[in-house]
Design a protein around this ligand. Structure first.
Ligand code: NDP
Length: 256
């Protein structure tokens, strides 16, 4: 898939942050985007921003974007969306699993229900996405999945035990699933971003900066942007030999 033109991508967590940046980049290169999130209003303003961005790129025909509001940790949500897309004859060429929630609690003091929610959203959401969407990709004999893990999957983080466990699960999932589906022309890769400036991390970054200088702990001396993560996702989708790749994008933080 050397070009993103005339493809359809499902992007979970597409209503803001990293998912939305990926949606914007893909749409700007001619991909029709299906955004998934929970909040209808946020999804609809994200869709508006995609169309607004596209008007600046006259070289592509207008792509058909849409959105579905459901909880990614519900398999019924996935099945409902895919049935609907099948009825309207929308193939799925690309899936980006970017929906996720974070954690700021010490495990020994944490709320079991919240821990379950983190695993359900981050890990089960990605598992259900891979499982359900790959069925169609296998039938098509082509497709590419990008899962968004985190540097914390391998490095760990204080107050993020369950989050890190969910993200480490995504790495194990990707590496094993890639062995299953490669022969059908379906590629699966995983991205491990470091500290990226988004809604999710803003409060954490502010707190960390108050305690010490967060940027100073990063070799490149700054946080990353959602657009930089989007570039990496596009690379993984476009490069036909990228399969089972585990790509860090962390300003060098993994080396510290
Ligand atoms: P944001 O909080 O900015 O966005 C999270 C997105 O996920 C929203 O679109 C939200 O939609 C969606 N979402 C959350 N829970 C669900 C759910 N149960 N079902 C459907 N959609 C859901 O986060 P980021 O953009 O920062 O993070 C995106 C991904 O990148 C996450 O997986 C995160 O773990 C990962 N990541 C982020 C890093 C960072 O520093 N920001 C670093 C490393 C990884 P809505 O609110 O409308 O429901």
């Amino acid at each position: 898939m050397r070009s993103l033109a005339n493809k359809r991508a499902i992007i979970t967590g597409g209503s803001r942050g990293i998912g939305l940046a990926i949606a914007r980049l893909f749409a700007s290169e001619g991909t029709s985007v299906t955004l998934v999130g929970r909040d209808e209003a946020r999804l609809s303003s994200a869709l508006d921003s995609l169309s607004a961005g596209e008007q600046q790129h006259h070289h592509q025909p207008p792509a058909r974007h849409n959105s579905y509001a459901f909880d990614v940790s519900s398999i019924d949500g996935w099945t409902g969306m895919l049935n609907d897309m099948k009825q309207t004859q929308q193939n799925v060429d690309i899936l980006v699993n970017a929906a996720g929630i974070t954690q700021q609690s010490l495990l020994y003091k944490s709320d079991p229900a919240e821990n379950q929610r983190i695993i359900n959203t981050n890990l089960m959401g990605t598992i259900f996405g891979c499982q359900s969407v790959s069925q169609q990709m296998i039938r098509q004999k082509s497709g590419c999945i990008v899962n968004i893990s985190s540097l914390l999957a391998v490095q760990g983080g204080l107050g993020a035990s369950v989050y890190a466990a969910s993200k480490a699960g995504i790495v194990g999932l990707t590496r094993s699933f890639a062995l299953e589906v490669g022969r059908f022309g379906v590629r699966v890769n995983v991205l491990l971003p470091g500290y990226i400036q988004t809604d999710m991390t803003k409060p954490i970054h502010v707190a960390m900066d108050e305690k010490g200088n967060l940027s100073a702990s990063i070799p490149l001396r700054r946080l990353g942007t959602a657009e930089e993560v989007a570039d990496a996702a596009a690379f993984l989708v476009k490069n036909p030999y990228a399969h089972n790749a585990v790509l860090n994008l962390d300003g060098g933080l993994s080396a510290t």
